[in-house]
Write a protein that binds this ligand. Sequence first.
Ligand code: AP5
Length: 215
Amino acid sequence: MLIFLGPPGAGKGTQARTVSEELGIPHISTGDILREASRKGTSLGKAARARMDVGELVPDDVMCGIVEERLNEPDVRDGAILDGFPRTLSQAQFLDRLLEQSGREPALLVNLHLEPQLVIKRLTGRRVCPKCGEIYNSFWHPPREEGVCDKDGARLFQRGDDNEEAIRKRLVAYERETMPLIDYYRHKNAVQDVDGEGDPAAITKRLLDFLKKRA
Ligand code: AP5
């Protein structure tokens, strides 16, 4: 099981999409699961949206329930990329127990590093395709036609939490709740550090090289 961890905008989703295709394992983004629930208007979606839009974390018990259900599905038996989970120490301990109880290997943490000053520009420029999930950026990776997905012509959207106020709160939550996980997994000798700055394709290549060496 691979965990992609990093501050908002580090490129977890961008890299996870490509690496998932390359390795042939599912990409599980807890942010995407919550946004989908919100689009469908479920009670989980409504409650989560209120927190997400202001940059606060969704409670641990809710997140652990979602991930447990997803990890019980047959397609993830041989591994998956977890993008956005775990995000707190209690979620990490829950995941450890879940993997152990189901007889799976312990998780490896891919720590994508990005300097905080790059985060705001990356996130305010992000645009996402609602249909295929392709991630664009108005500054670095714009679509050929503004506001339209190159792959399927759908109209791109901007996430509700990609505004400066929510981004600053997300950064604080990351530093306070999530960064301690790097040490937690480092003690288990299960961290691979990756520089999240630079050409996305070069980052993917570095990442795949590291993962092949550890396999
Ligand atoms: P989530 O959806 O997980 O958001 P996040 O962690 O804030 O991360 P992002 O999706 O914003 O960034 P990313 O690293 O994936 O960057 P991306 O690849 O898109 O969570 C959202 C919310 O859901 C949370 O705040 C919380 O409320 C809730 N939540 C989710 N999971 C939870 C959990 N486990 N517990 C509690 N609450 C939870 O890239 C960003 C931009 O940069 C894009 O435009 C991209 O094109 C561009 N880019 C990417 N790489 C590069 C590069 N190398 N160079 C230039 N530009 C690049």
